[in-house]
Unconditional design. Structure first.
Length: 443
């Protein structure tokens, strides 16, 4: 079985069975190491608490530095001290240094095992360095440094193998290398690896000295985490630190309750707008109060129809813009172009849906005592206004949130829908007032 299959099986087992299986894998240390590496950080921590520190002592020094750091970072403070004390001094120093990088930066997820060579080395000497490199170090690419450990370029293992043994690296290496700063956001690494189509990129400090590399598998983990966070925030849920089943009910309540409270109070805007509709006291001042109340009742029946259309339209727009910002398809400087496009798109979509709404209100809304063409006109005009505004709101709100330092993902469905409800109701009431209610009250 592949280590991934063993890891999946291990995760599905309960505590005692999991411990027995993992200990049974000790006969093949390479397999046990592979299985441990395939586990999520939370599962690794649970395994540590089940089997004890002694069972993991042979494995930890064989992990790449970035995986050692991720594992240690997931532990409680006392557990961190015990694990660090069990590591060899060199590994302990490396992990301690990596833990100092701010979470979410490239430095926090890079690994420091790599093969470095000198530009004056020969191809044969470089191959000897490959043979002596730590087993955790990727060897497909070697990084060429000067005597100050500044990055000069890179050379592939394929080119080394094919070169004459006495060929100097200065004749072989590629001087143009895209390097990443250790304190840059890790999303920069995702975009760079996708752009340059490579399996790893070097990481440098402000003095352009090579201090580590970030690999494609590290970036895949980052992409999965970012996608999960965005999906959770788009549903108005604060990002979870653990998997769904490992998150307690109280944690879920805390993560979801805050946003639900904000959105709940946001609906008070809708209530405030709806309170503007004529009530029984205003009806009593008219010559035909029963006619006014019946008219208002009929109008209220259309509110869910027109308001939901605006919320759906705005949510679509927000989702598209959030994704475009995340992939750098657009930047903050493009806000005016987005505004013009979303304004035009909102009017186009609003006009199309307004035609459907007009047909429904005109021919399918059976209220013979009313002039149904007026209701149809209210529905159509409201849909154009609501969908145009909501589409523009959904397109620009992510820009506003990103500009003030918030994640644009929170501008998606729930927030846009709540704002669209209030503004949509106001638009519908305004159109209703001028087309139906004001003439009725004046008569």
């Amino acid at each position: 079985m592949h280590p991934s299959d063993w890891a999946e099986l291990l995760t599905d087992l309960e505590g005692g069975e999991r411990e027995l299986l993992f200990r049974a894998l000790h006969e093949d240390l390479d397999l046990q190491l592979g299985v441990f590496r395939q586990l999520e950080s939370e599962a690794q921590v649970e395994l540590l608490r089940a089997v004890g520190y002694e069972a993991l002592t042979p494995l930890l020094p064989r992990l790449p530095s970035d995986e050692q750091t991720d594992f240690v970072a997931a532990l409680a403070e006392e557990e961190q001290r015990q694990i660090l004390s069990a590591l060899p001094p060199a590994d302990r120093a490396d992990v301690t240094r990596l833990l100092r990088y701010t979470d979410g930066t490239i430095g926090s997820c890079m690994q420091i095992e790599f093969v470095a060579v000198d530009q004056d080395d020969t191809a044969e000497l470089a191959l000897q360095r490959v043979r002596r490199a730590p087993r955790e170090a990727p060897v497909s690419v070697l990084y060429v440094l000067d005597d100050q450990r500044r990055l000069l370029g890179r050379v592939s293992l394929t080119k080394l193998v094919r070169a004459e043994s006495e060929t100097r690296l200065e004749e072989l290496f590629e001087p143009q290398v895209q390097a990443l700063q250790a304190d840059a956001p890790r999303e920069d690494a995702v975009r760079a690896l996708q752009k340059y189509d490579v399996v790893a990129l070097p990481v440098i400090n402000p003095f352009e000295q090579l201090i580590g590399i970030i690999t494609y598998d590290d970036v895949m983990d980052v992409m999965e985490e970012e996608a999960t966070e965005d999906a959770q925030m788009m549903g108005a849920v604060s990002p979870l630190e653990s998997s769904y089943l490992q998150t307690s009910i109280w944690t879920f309540a805390n993560k979801r309750g805050g946003w639900l409270t904000v959105l709940f109070f946001g609906q008070f805007l809708t209530l405030a707008v709806m309170s503007l509709f004529p009530d029984a006291r205003l009806a009593a001042t008219t010559a035909h109060p029963e006619h006014l109340l019946a008219t208002v009742t009929a109008l209220l029946m259309f509110i869910p129809l027109v308001v939901s259309a605006g919320g759906n339209c705005g949510s679509q727009s927000a989702t598209l813009i959030c994704r475009a910002l995340a992939t750098d398809d657009i930047t903050l400087r493009d806000w005016w172009r987005v505004a013009l496009r979303e304004l035009a798109m909102g009017m186009l979509l609003g006009t199309f849906v307004a035609g459907l709404g007009y047909f429904y209100a005109r021919y399918l809304f059976h209220q013979p005592e009313f002039r149904v063409q007026n209701y149809a006109l209210v529905v159509a005009l409201s849909l154009v206004g609501i969908m145009t505004f909501s589409n523009l709101l959904g397109g620009l709100l992510p820009f506003v949130l990103k500009r003030i330092g918030l994640d644009p993902a929170i501008a998606s469905t729930p927030l846009v829908a709540s704002l669209s409800d209030a503004t949509g109701t106001l638009i519908f009431y305004t159109v209703s007032w001028f087309v139906i209610l004001e003439p009725l009250l004046a008569g």
